[in-house]
Design a protein around this ligand. Structure first.
Ligand SMILES: C[S@@+](CC[C@H](N)C(=O)[O-])C[C@H]1O[C@@H](n2cnc3c(N)ncnc32)[C@H](O)[C@@H]1O
Length: 201
């Protein structure tokens, strides 16, 4: 299950392909995040969309009134998403940033990771976790969407069981919920995913 994975060259792919063709492209706010925000009555505050890629989630959150920062390792992704955000008159802070070597120095009310964490190898996860811990305010939330162990095959992202998510994140977070869901995007059928709601200690 933890066999090394191959991923696109993240810096290149956003120069070579239209984002609408990418498997993770979802023009709408992720349905699981939307439900969680409603359940937690979260409708204002500072947000980091980590690994924003096409920027659709950052834009949808800014449209809902959140104060959004969006980061990605790909300069091209950030430049493209920034252009769209500006056309729409949205005030999002766009930052090229490698989360494994991050220069982000703000703390956020919540961080959303939709598909970034699950590209990191087991060796990279502790580094990710240390940085994430610095980015979320005490009692702030971390919303994570990643591939589920129920997704067949070994192509693409790492898969996780709910127990693995618990083991990785409990040193820094209380687990509110972990549910089986799907990863809305351009694939048919939609990949099996986990959506986790975590609150920082
Ligand atoms: C599966 S895509 C998801 C994009 C976006 N969150 C969405 O849901 O549309 C994963 C994203 O993580 C970004 N990424 C990969 N490694 C990264 C890193 N080390 N730091 C920041 N972003 C990274 C990629 O460039 C890509 O945009």
């Amino acid at each position: 299950m933890n066999k090394p994975r191959q991923f696109p060259d993240w810096k290149q792919i956003y120069q070579d392909r239209e984002v609408e063709t990418m498997p993770w492209f979802n023009p709408d706010l992720d349905a699981d995040l939307e439900r969680a925000l409603t359940d937690l009555n979260l409708n204002a505050g500072t947000v980091l969309d980590l690994g924003t890629g096409p920027g659709t989630q950052a834009i949808a959150l800014a449209e809902r009134g959140f104060s959004v920062t969006a980061s990605d390792i790909s300069e091209a992704a950030i430049a493209r998403a920034e252009g769209i955000g500006k056309e729409q008159g949205l005030d999002v802070t766009w930052k090229q940033d490698d989360i494994l070597n991050s220069t982000l120095n703000q703390q956020f009310d919540f961080v959303f990771d939709r598909g970034c964490f699950h590209v990191f190898s087991p060796e990279q996860r502790q580094n990710y976790l240390r940085t994430l811990n610095n980015l979320v305010k005490p009692k702030g939330y971390f919303f994570l969407k990643c591939f589920s162990h129920l997704q067949p095959g070994e192509e693409g992202p790492y898969r996780f069981t709910p127990e693995e998510i618990r083991d990785i994140f409990t040193p820094h977070f209380n687990i509110h919920s972990i549910k089986e869901t799907v990863y809305q995007g351009t694939l048919d059928p939609l990949p099996q995913a986990l959506f986790s709601v975590l609150e920082k200690h």
